[in-house]
Design a protein around this ligand. Structure first.
Ligand code: TRP
Length: 331
C-alpha cells in the first residue's frame, strides 16, 4: 500500500515561475509514489488577507493554477480546507492537548513578538489568535488525513514537529494510535529560480514572472531581465547568467548543452539569449496558460472539481474525527 503525502498550499498570492519550479512541479511529482493529497489552506490565508475580493480571487487562481499545472483531481484528493469542517472539529480537540508554551515558541509568533519589542510596541501588537494558534490548525490539517509524509520547506519543519508533539500527546493520553505521527520531508534541492533582478524570484522582491502571464507580457518580462554589458562577440559564462539558469529549467539537456556552447563560443548577444529563453518558456507554459484561462472563465467547472474533491476528503476526515471523538468520550 502506498504511503500518504499531504501538500498544503497557502493562497496568498498569484503563482509565478519560482513557485512552479520550486513548489508545484516537485509536489505534483509525489502523485507517482504516494497516495497524494493536496489542499488549499484558505483559513490559514485569512490570518493575513482581510480583503474578501482579493482572497476569493487568489483562492480561485491558485486552485486553477494547480489544475492547469497538471494536478489530476481524479487521481489525487484536491480540496479547499474551508470545505472540510472536520478540520475545525479536530483543531478544537487538539487545542486541549497543545501547551500554550509550545505556541509561544513557534517561529512566526516569536518573530512578530521580536519585531514589536524592537519597535517598542506592546509585545502582542498586531498578533491575532489565528497567527498564535496557526500550528494547531496546521496539525489538524495534517493529522486529519492520516498523513505519513508532509513535504515542506525548511521554514515549516517546526510546524511538523509541533504536529508530532500534539499527536503524541493525544496518543499517550488515550494509550492508542488515535492519530498517525507524520514525518516532514524536507526538500533539500529544490530549484532556486532567479527573478528579473537576479535575486531569488519572490513576490516580496517584486521580481517575478507570473506563471500565466499572457504571451506578450511573458516576452516583455523576459526582455527586462538584467544582464551585464558584455558585447555580442564576447565569450560568456553560462553558469553566472540568469537567462541561462532560467533556460535550463525549461529546456531539454541537449538544448541546454547547446546553449552553453553558444555562450562560450561568443557571437551571441543577450537579446538572442532572451529570445531563446522566451521560446522554451512559452513552449512549456502556453498549454498551461490555455488550461488556466479556461478554468478561470468557467467558475462552475472549477467549483465542481473542488466540490467533488471536498466530498472525497470528508470521507477520510469524518473517519479521523469519529475515531478522535470516541477516544475522547465525546461520541
Ligand atoms: N504553513 C504552510 C505554509 O505556510 C501551509 C500549510 C498549512 C500546510 N497547512 C499545512 C503545509 C499542512 C503542509 C501541511 O506554506
Amino acid at each position: 500500500m502506498k504511503k500518504i503525502s499531504l501538500t498544503g498550499i497557502k493562497p496568498t498570492g498569484i503563482l509565478h515561475i519560482g513557485n512552479y519550479f520550486g513548489a508545484l512541479k516537485p509536489a505534483l511529482g509525489l502523485a507517482r509514489d504516494y497516495e497524494a493529497r493536496y489542499f488549499i489552506a484558505d483559513y490559514h490565508a485569512l490570518n493575513t488577507m482581510k480583503d474578501p475580493a482579493e482572497l476569493r480571487d487568489t483562492i480561485r487562481q491558485v486552485a486553477a493554477g494547480w489544475l492547469a499545472s497538471g494536478l489530476d483531481p481524479e487521481r489525487v484528493v484536491f480540496y479547499r480546507q474551508s470545505s472540510v469542517p472536520e478540520t475545525f472539529e479536530l483543531s478544537t480537540m487538539l487545542m486541549a492537548f497543545t501547551a500554550k508554551g509550545l505556541m509561544n515558541r513557534a517561529h512566526a509568533y516569536k518573530a512578530a513578538v521580536e519585531e514589536n519589542r524592537e519597535k517598542g510596541n506592546d509585545t502582542d501588537a498586531g498578533v491575532n489568535m489565528g497567527l498564535f494558534t496557526y500550528p494547531v490548525l496546521m496539525a489538524a490539517d495534517i493529522l486529519l488525513f492520516d498523513s505519513d509524509v508532509v513535504p515542506v520547506g525548511k521554514d515549516q519543519v517546526q510546524h511538523i514537529e509541533m504536529a508530532q508533539d500534539i499527536a503524541q500527546a493525544v496518543n499517550a493520553n488515550y494509550r492508542s494510535e488515535v492519530l498517525k505521527i507524520p514525518q516532514a520531508a524536507v526538500e533539500e534541492q529544490v530549484a532556486v529560480v532567479p527573478g528579473l533582478d537576479g535575486r531569488k524570484m519572490s513576490k516580496s522582491y517584486g521580481n517575478v514572472i507570473p506563471l500565466f502571464a499572457p504571451e506578450k507580457e511573458l516576452r516583455a518580462l523576459i526582455m527586462r531581465i538584467v544582464t551585464n554589458s558584455q558585447g555580442v562577440e564576447e565569450s560568456k559564462d553560462p553558469e553566472t547568467s540568469r537567462i541561462y539558469q532560467l533556460y535550463r529549467l525549461f529546456a531539454s539537456a541537449e538544448e541546454t548543452a547547446a546553449l552553453a556552447r553558444r555562450y562560450r563560443e561568443g557571437g551571441m548577444g543577450w537579446g538572442e539569449a532572451k529570445e531563446a529563453l522566451f521560446s522554451v518558456a512559452n513552449r512549456e507554459l502556453a498549454p498551461l496558460r490555455e488550461k488556466f484561462n479556461g478554468l478561470m472563465a468557467d467558475p462552475a467547472r472549477l467549483d465542481g472539481i473542488l466540490g467533488a474533491g471536498a466530498e472525497k476528503a470528508r470521507v477520510i476526515a469524518r473517519a479521523t474525527v469519529s475515531r478522535m471523538r470516541k477516544a475522547a468520550g465525546i461520541d
